[in-house]
Design a protein around this ligand. Structure first.
Ligand SMILES: *Cc1c(COP(=O)(O)O)cnc(C)c1O
Length: 393
């Protein structure tokens, strides 16, 4: 039971068909290199959709996680455990945020942020101030509420009734946002680089104006850093490059270094918004996942983050010279490649697999989210394979 066709047959039979999988069964890896069930190797430019911040099988991360695994794997949030406290302390000290709630995934972190924002406004203004404005083309998750928060019509289907209280402003259009922020709005929620929406950075000037407008009107600013956070864009959190201090930041994907973990970071206004009984999750702050997070966060020092930006710039200048490339968007190691008209990103991903590189799409773009630790040698291999793939189109 090792070969791809056998693995695929069992998946077809037993696993719910919710994913359009590519025909590869990855069995092991080291940093950005991995091997499939039939022994073929690839350079991974996906990091499990921005999750494996330190790549596959990072030695420090394995040590941190297995040490914790040998002490205690789970006990519940009714008791104190050290790893989640350590992770929370690092997160607060390095972001200026005040408190952390741990969850298990991005959508769940956003649910926590939404609940906290509504509770803050309820306690201060009474019922009625509960609307949240998000941006058009955003993506905030797959739960019924975070689908409702997602500013793309394609996601508002089948699962009616969706959670009420969301409206969508055009990114970059301050007047549109202001017009939608009536007295019933408690929060604005944004991604700084729209990930699933096609690796689209939102302008710094616009975001700073949104932040000022929110502050003046006691509207909370929630920044969804599920994809942009944890070093991905060259700073620990992307908002740190935007010159703003959000009221709530959500983080997931890379934070556990490969284990399911998410965090909601609360600022001064919201640090006491949720009290015992208002919010909880059984696995949140799991000691093993948090031990992984402590290792990830400690590794992401200034020198490491500067390397992320340098690698991103290096990749960008090489990709810009490749055939069929119209533009490259994004920040750090979160990059989107716009292709010539008529070319399909999914075709590039499929052909890339043949040439030994794993890629992602984001709408019409080819998206790169390599592990932050990827060495230049593996970057070059991946880019050689990408260049060959594009030249063959
Ligand atoms: C991936 C993503 C989510 C959803 O995270 P899950 O862990 O899949 O629930 C939410 N927001 C953004 C910006 C994301 O990229």
């Amino acid at each position: 039971m090792n070969h791809f066709e056998q693995i695929k047959a069992l998946d077809d039979q037993y696993v719910m068909h919710t994913y359009g999988r590519f025909p590869v069964a990855v069995v092991e890896g080291k940093n950005a290199r991995c091997t499939d069930a039939d022994g073929k190797t690839y350079i991974d430019m996906t990091s499990g959709i921005g999750v494996n911040a330190l790549g596959f099988c990072d030695e420090g991360w394995i040590r941190a996680v297995t040490d914790q695994l040998c002490k205690i794997a789970h006990i519940s949030n009714l008791y104190y455990t050290l790893p989640c406290i350590q992770a929370a302390q690092i997160l607060c000290q390095r972001t200026g945020m005040k408190k952390v709630f741990f969850a298990n995934g991005g959508a769940e972190a956003n649910e926590g942020a939404i609940k906290a924002a509504r509770k803050y406004a309820f306690m201060k203004y009474g019922p009625g101030r509960n609307k949240i404005i998000t941006l058009k083309n955003s993506f905030h998750g797959r739960t019924v509420t975070t689908l409702a928060a997602t500013g793309q019509e394609v996601f508002h289907n089948y699962f009616f009734p969706f959670t009420e209280g969301f409206d969508f402003a055009a990114a970059g259009d301050l007047d549109d946002l202001k017009a939608k922020c009536a007295g019933d709005v408690c929060a604005v929620m944004v991604e700084l680089v729209q990930g699933e929406g096609g690796v689209v950075p939102v302008s710094k000037d616009y975001i700073q104006k949104v932040a000022a407008f929110c502050r003046e009107n006691d509207i909370l600013l929630i920044v969804d850093e599920v994809q942009t956070g944890v070093g991905r864009t060259g700073s620990l959190y992307c908002f740190q490059q935007y010159g703003i201090q959000p009221d709530i930041v959500t983080s997931a994907k890379g934070i556990g270094g490969g284990l399911p973990l998410a965090a909601v970071l609360f600022g001064e206004k919201t640090e006491n918004a949720l009290q015992p009984g208002h919010h909880a999750t059984t696995f949140g702050g799991n000691p093993v996942a948090c031990a992984g997070a402590v290792e990830v966060l400690n590794r992401l020092d200034d020198a490491f983050l500067a390397e992320v930006s340098k690698k991103g710039a290096y990749i960008t200048q090489r990709v810009m010279k490749m055939p069929h490339v119209k533009s490259v968007s994004g920040m750090g190691l979160m990059l989107g490649i716009e292709l010539d008209e008529g070319l399909k990103a999914a075709d590039v991903v499929r052909a890339g697999i043949q040439n030994g590189v794993l890629l992602l799409t984001a709408k019409a773009k080819v998206r790169l989210l390599p592990p932050l630790t990827i060495p230049y040698e593996q970057i070059d291999q991946a880019l050689d394979a990408l260049e060959k793939t594009l030249a063959e189109l």
